[in-house]
Design a protein around this ligand. Structure first.
Ligand code: MN
Ligand code: MN
Length: 302
């Protein structure tokens, strides 16, 4: 493993997530049958969808990840209160979309300043797992730091064991991909989650791609492990419909890290809204530089 390669893969994780968000937003909340009837196979970033987006626009998944990344970039590392303030500023500015659990959590912070909500049975949505890329990057090389920071960021809006478990696995897979580890090693990490929490079993695939974090992870994992390229993975994920922008953001983060920057189709990167690709790339590199790995520590995996 060498640091320039880690940096390249970190960029690909962040860009891969944004590309997945922009590609999937067109078909968010559609069924596979509706997508087939309307578009055949959806494989280009064209905007539209229920949010009537411009081609290349990203949604809350990328925007919340950017909030966390910008806050860490400004402060030189993780601060839960900085992250919460950044999300609050984003919510105040009136984002085009925000999930109900995220909105409630950010509003709670704005009202009483608390950095975690109480455990709640309704918090098993995928909103926290969708923000894991910057957390995975800034804690590269330290599995314990990943666990701690992942849960702090998650519980700003979601406090549920299934969300916690999903956040940890997404973070771990992005880190393993960034470090250039084998598909077998990534599969072992996913299988360990399934062993600990059988609800996440993704083989055989049940075909559900909703915003319930179990369905979301099953979709991202099934298509990541059964396809051979970044493009094939993301096209398969978004044509499953459902919470397509979020499932594809998570799959794109993992597949981007694993397959690397050359695997992300140029035509998708060129379509991303102006300035976003450059900002994501710069933030990814600076988060790696802030990480234990970037500061010269030898990696300690969980
Ligand atoms: Mn979204
Ligand atoms: Mn979504």
């Amino acid at each position: 493993m060498n640091l320039p390669d880690v940096r390249d893969r970190a960029r690909a994780a962040f860009l891969g997530a944004a590309v997945g968000d922009a590609l999937g937003a067109t078909v968010e909340f559609m069924t596979p049958g509706e997508i087939r009837a309307a578009l055949g196979v959806h494989r280009e970033i064209t905007g539209g969808g229920w949010l009537r987006l411009k081609p290349g626009a990203v949604t809350d998944d990328t925007e919340m990840s950017l909030c966390l990344a910008r806050a860490m970039d400004a402060a030189g590392g993780w601060s839960t209160s900085d992250a919460a303030s950044s999300l609050a500023a984003w919510l105040r500015a009136g984002p085009v979309d925000v999930g109900s659990t995220c909105r409630r959590g950010i509003r709670r912070f704005m009202l009483d300043g608390t950095l975690a909500g109480p455990p709640s049975a309704g918090d098993a949505g995928n909103g926290a797992a969708a923000r894991m890329v910057p957390i995975a990057l800034v804690t590269l090389g330290d599995g314990e730091a990943l666990r701690r920071v992942a849960l702090e960021q998650a519980r700003l809006t979601h406090h549920h064991p299934l969300s916690d478990a999903a956040c940890l696995l997404v973070g771990e897979l992005v880190q393993l991909g960034c470090m250039g580890l084998s598909l077998r090693r990534l599969r072992a990490a996913a299988d360990a989650l399934v062993a600990a929490e059988p609800r996440f079993r993704f083989s055989p695939y049940r075909g559900l791609a909703t915003g319930y974090v179990v369905d979301t992870l099953q979709t991202a994992l099934h298509f990541f492990f059964t396809t051979r390229s970044f493009e094939e993975c993301l096209v398969a994920v978004v044509n499953q419909g459902g919470d397509a922008d979020t499932t594809a953001a998570i799959a794109g983060a993992i597949a981007g890290a694993y397959h690397g920057p050359e695997a992300i189709p140029r035509r998708w990167l060129r379509r991303l809204e102006r300035g976003i690709a450059e900002e994501l790339a710069g933030l990814a590199e600076r988060l790696v530089a802030l990480s234990p790995l970037g500061r010269g520590a030898s990696p300690r995996l969980r």
